[in-house]
Design a protein around this ligand. Structure first.
Ligand SMILES: Cc1cc2nc3c(=O)[nH]c(=O)nc-3n(C[C@H](O)[C@H](O)[C@H](O)COP(=O)(O)OP(=O)(O)OC[C@H]3O[C@@H](n4cnc5c(N)ncnc54)[C@H](O)[C@@H]3O)c2cc1C
Length: 474
């Protein structure tokens, strides 16, 4: 069976790796990162950065479970690909003591047996002098198995591991899908890809390809970066810059902080970027701005982000880290994709079509688990995901043709319908025998080739090597 995975991001590349290791013929389709984002007319991504927080602690048991399952496999992916992406800098969550947030975090910690220290008051200040928390804050600090991943390198590692397991990787943008009873075809700007099944895993652009839009909310996000001089650090311990070693006392961990005023900034320690500079990064927009069309998403990425949000974030970080050099700031744009139920949308939409999107602002650290789950859902995964079934998202309300998700009720379940994690996808509203899915066209640029005569891209029909064995990487 040939499975086309659309979207070479954290989730798509993870799914491709799992599917290829399970013995499927996989074509992973996605474009590379553009050199000039301000003038780029194609699709963008939510992972074109050097740092994403990773941690087991979370107030929500679901996100903790998928993160723990993924973190446990980072070393495996790094070894399979030869590409490192995880820095064990430690991770901290802080919020007013006695509040709901820390109560939920504590409950998840106890339930899952997560190794984390509780710190308050003078002990917190002494342990992490880089932060100036107000009184009444409780922090939970994970010293091991937590810190940050480099999402660009994580995607490169997952892609390389998928390739070594036999997957084809295609540098292309999918323009539309043709799905019939007999097969599927992905029309891309580099030729058509025939497939038996298609997994749409292209983040905030999913609705440009799906036959019926999913209820996804794409939010504009601004991140502020503060350049640091690696040789003039007197406010941080030297370990703050030790990117390749485990967290040491005093080093700056990643931080997710719920302030007494209800703001939720998150911070990453100095990370070296491709320009050679180290940057401390802070995110946490004061309000959500919905981007409701693909054009709005593209315009947002090209805009360079919001300077006003950057100024707001600078005020926050100056209060929290008084010793930080904030004189050299720049901002960058990104988007987060949410579902109404705050769970990834990983589901079958028809006999040949599945979707795996919506990291809900947390989808990098747990992408491996979500990708494994997507592989099962699209019907080619051999190994079930590790997430406990009870953590599976509650079914969303029926939405559009083919998107109806029902609990398996037994005999009336269509035998031929693939199952995943105890759920089956009802065929009550079947796709017509032949449907040509809605295309998507930018006003200019990348998508104009959609109407050119099709050139057919032919994936290898079978894998060239055993799972995990080195293939012939370029
Ligand atoms: C500012 C910010 C901070 C974040 N911080 C964290 C964090 O600390 N920890 C964490 O775990 N998560 C974090 N996230 C979330 C995380 O980055 C996302 O959840 C994750 O990137 C989602 O992965 P994805 O594969 O679904 O989407 P993406 O990363 O967007 O990847 C989708 C891919 O699909 C491609 N694509 C799009 N359209 C097409 C098409 N038509 N054809 C082919 N390819 C296509 C895109 O180019 C892209 O490469 C953050 C997100 C943002 C914006």
């Amino acid at each position: 069976m040939t499975i086309a995975v659309i979207g070479r991001g954290p989730i798509g590349s993870a799914a491709a790796r799992h599917l290829a290791r399970a013995g499927q013929a996989v074509v992973l389709i996605g474009p590379g990162e553009p050199a000039q984002k301000a003038t780029h007319r194609g699709v963008f991504a939510s992972h074109w950065d050097e740092g994403r927080i990773t941690r087991a602690l979370d107030p929500d048991p679901f996100w903790s479970a998928v993160s723990r399952a993924s973190i446990a496999r980072y070393a495996e992916i790094e070894a399979e690909s030869g590409i490192g992406f995880f820095t064990e800098s430690g991770a901290m969550i802080a919020a007013p003591a006695g509040g709901d947030y820390m109560r939920d975090v504590a409950a998840v910690q106890a339930e899952a047996g997560i190794n984390a220290e509780t710190l308050t008051g003078a002990a917190l200040a002494a342990r992490f002098p880089c932060f100036a928390f107000p009184d009444g804050i409780e922090a939970r600090y994970e010293p091991r198995g937590a810190g940050h991943v480099n999402p660009r390198r994580m995607v490169a590692a997952q892609t390389e591991a998928a390739r070594r397991a036999g997957a084809e990787v295609m540098d292309a943008t999918a323009l539309r899908l043709d799905i019939t009873a007999k097969g599927a075809r992905v029309i891309t700007d580099a030729g058509d890809v025939p497939a038996d099944r298609v997994l749409v895993a292209n983040g905030g652009w999913a609705n440009t390809l799906l036959p019926e839009p999913l209820p996804l909310a794409v939010h504009a996000r601004t991140i502020a970066f503060f350049a640091q001089d690696a040789h003039a650090q007197d406010t941080f311990a030297q370990d703050t810059f030790a990117q390749d070693t485990a967290a040491a006392p005093g080093g700056m961990p990643t931080l997710v902080y719920r302030t007494p005023a209800g703001e939720v900034p998150y911070l990453l320690p100095p990370i070296r970027y491709p320009d050679g500079q180290h940057y401390v990064k802070i995110g946490g927009d004061p309000e959500d701005s919905l981007l409701d069309t693909p054009e709005a998403v593209g315009d947002w990425f090209r805009s360079g982000g919001s300077v006003e949000v950057g100024v707001y974030l600078r005020t926050l970080i100056e209060g929290l880290m008084p010793g930080l050099d904030t004189s050299r700031m720049h901002v960058e744009p990104c988007v987060t994709v949410f579902t109404p139920e705050d769970r990834p949308a990983i589901r079958r939409l028809g006999a040949r079509l599945a979707v795996a999107v919506a990291g809900c602002g947390r989808g990098a650290k747990c992408a491996d688990e979500l990708g494994g789950w997507a592989g099962v859902v699209v019907g080619g995964g051999a190994r079930g995901p590790k997430t406990p079934p009870r953590a599976v998202p509650t079914p969303p309300p029926p939405h559009g043709r083919g998107a109806l998700l029902r609990r398996d009720t037994g005999p009336q379940r269509a035998r031929s319908e693939p199952r995943a994690m105890g759920w089956s996808w009802a065929r009550a509203t079947r796709a017509p025998a032949r449907s040509v899915f809605r295309g998507f066209h930018f006003r200019t640029g990348a998508y104009s080739r959609a109407h050119e005569p099709a050139r057919t891209y032919r994936p290898r029909s079978s894998r060239a090597s055993a799972p995990g064995a080195p293939d012939s990487p370029p």
